[in-house]
Design a protein around this ligand. Structure first.
Ligand code: ATP
Length: 225
């Protein structure tokens, strides 16, 4: 598939208050289907804020985000949540796995929320996703029994649970050593190349960002290149 998947038009996010704080200012950008894009920039430049806006986790103060050509500013919170569940997958710096559940059960959570297929099929898909990420022997282990790199791969499998069009990652390698960080980026490369999925990742690691197809650089909440 080609064409524009996600578009930001004049997106600005201001935190209101006695002294308003501008997190993101006048951002225009287009992400095509099948792109692997890095958002880079110095600490505090608004990378995470922009990712949250693009991922429909936050709402612009001005401007709009279009997903598959549809203006998302018309949607209410419930509609946005439903859209995220079906179309988007998130990976954060911290894995946010539920500690009392196994790897398999963690991956099942978003599938059960969507409830689009029978339980047996969901379990088979969850197991396959984990196996594809090299976690075939870890299906029934709890997060505390896994290494940091394994936990992050479970978090990626969970992000892929509902076969999202777009994966948004916020410093996904921030808690990993360079070897495991590279493994995460290799997985993203594979999702783009083999599945035609689209990945947007925040990273401040130039070694990793240069492996993407395009870098969007932010300074003070503005795109500078
Ligand atoms: N809720 C908030 N209240 C006040 N300031 C905030 C809030 N959220 C973010 N900021 C500020 O807005 C700016 C942008 O934050 P953001 O986390 O998006 O930057 P970043 O580029 O992701 O930074 P880092 O690389 O350090 O994670 C920073 O200066 C941050 O301190």
């Amino acid at each position: 598939m080609s064409g524009v998947l996600l578009e930001a038009r004049g997106v600005t996010r201001v935190l209101p208050g006695p002294v308003p704080v501008t997190l993101v200012a006048d951002v225009d950008l287009r992400i095509e289907h099948g792109e692997f894009v890095a958002i880079t920039g110095p600490s505090g430049s608004g990378k995470s804020s922009l990712l949250y806006l693009l991922g429909l986790l936050d709402v612009p103060s001005r401007g709009a985000i279009y997903l598959e050509g549809r203006d998302t500013s018309a949607l209410n919170r419930t509609e946005l949540a439903a859209l995220r569940l079906r179309k988007l997958g998130f990976v954060f710096q911290f894995h946010f796995l539920l500690p009392e559940f196994s790897a398999l059960e963690n991956v099942l959570i978003p599938m059960r929320k969507l409830a689009a297929q029978p339980e047996r099929d969901m379990r088979a898909r969850a197991a396959r996703l984990l196996e594809e990420l090299g976690l075939g022997a870890e299906l029934h282990k709890k997060p505390e029994q896994l290494s940091g790199g394994q936990r992050q791969r479970v978090a990626i499998a969970r992000a892929l649970a509902n076969d999202p069009l777009l994966i948004l990652a916020d410093e996904p390698t921030g808690n990993l050593d360079s070897k495991n960080g590279q493994i995460v980026f290799d997985i993203f490369q594979r999702l783009v190349r083999d599945n035609g999925q689209t990945v947007i990742t925040v990273t401040h690691d130039p070694q990793l960002s240069q492996q993407t197809q395009r870098q969007i650089r932010l300074v003070d909440g503005r795109v500078v290149e």
